[in-house]
Design a protein around this ligand. Structure first.
Ligand SMILES: [Zn+2]
Length: 284
């Protein structure tokens, strides 16, 4: 199995892959539009109330219990055999972090197996977001346990590791949303799927001259959404590792189902990755 950055780009630059991504977007899109119109209007428990303000003294207890729930679900979803768990810290950003890590909600640091999750304002505490971030970071921890240091620190494998983590984040969110009847969680996951898949679809479909379905970019609340996608594509990598990685795993999902995340975690040998990077296999 070859999984480095350029292999993933080649894999996505085919009519089959582009068509698969287009089909996935077409499937998600109508429900997303429907939900985005309902979600803030309705009084359903997963809607407005997702921003709950617990008593200050109970706050961190509540936050850590949400993260622990996420950890158990990730270990189950990925069939983790390890009992080991990373250390975890949930806190607000300090001033320096506000500038240097702008936009980061969570970080997994392989050096000390430590997860930091940043929460925003206490008043706008978003439990759904915390759950999703925790799912993502615990996925990175399990990747680290299976794939080792070299994979976690290699930039040319970013698309792979982020694609895997963000795939687990979104698919598990959809599963939990279904289980708990949480429409808001479902909405967030679908929105994120589109946020990641549409730029990838736009980029690769135009790259190989596939007839792009621009209607899939229509946003009732944001008529310049397509323009924003173009801007993003021209100013980022052109795609971020998240967008490219999500598209890659989405195509794998289509043939293997959701079990692909478990399979990849277990089957992938460090040697495969070294071969794919063209590195000497004993090189740390
Ligand atoms: Zn990540």
């Amino acid at each position: 199995m070859r999984i480095n950055s350029s292999e993933i780009k080649n894999f996505l630059s085919t009519p089959e892959s582009v068509k698969t991504i287009e089909d996935c977007i077409s499937e998600i899109y109508p429900e997303y539009i429907q939900l985005s119109q309902n979600i803030y209007l309705s009084d359903n428990p997963g809607g407005k109330n997702h921003k709950r303000i617990p008593e200050r003294t109970q706050l961190y207890e509540r936050l850590y219990s949400i993260a622990e729930e996420a950890r158990l679900e990730v270990y189950k979803f990925l069939g983790a055999e390890t009992q080991e768990r990373p250390s975890l810290e949930i806190r607000r950003k300090n001033l320096i972090e506000t500038f240097t890590n702008w936009g980061y909600l969570g970080i997994y640091d392989p050096a000390d197996k430590h997860i930091t999750i940043f929460i925003g304002s206490y008043l706008l505490l978003n439990e759904t977001r915390l759950l999703r971030t925790a799912i993502h970071e615990f996925s990175h921890f399990l990747q680290h346990m299976h794939w080792g240091d070299s994979v976690m620190t290699s930039e040319s494998l970013n698309e792979f590791t982020e694609g895997h983590a963000v795939g687990v984040e979104n698919i598990l969110s959809l599963i939990l949303a279904e289980k708990n009847g949480n429409q808001y969680l479902r909405y967030e996951a679908l929105r994120d799927e589109l946020r990641l898949l549409r730029p990838a679809y736009l980029y690769f479909s135009e790259k190989i001259n596939h007839p792009t379905k621009y209607s899939l970019f229509y946003e009732p609340q944001d008529q310049f959404y397509l323009d924003k996608c173009y801007e993003d594509i021209s100013t980022t990598y052109p795609l971020t590792p998240y967008q490219e990685g999500r598209a890659y795993f989405k195509v794998l999902e289509k043939t293997e189902g959701f079990s692909v995340y478990k399979r990849v975690l277990k089957d992938l040998e460090v040697n495969d990755i070294m071969v794919s990077l063209n590195l000497p296999q004993n090189n740390g």
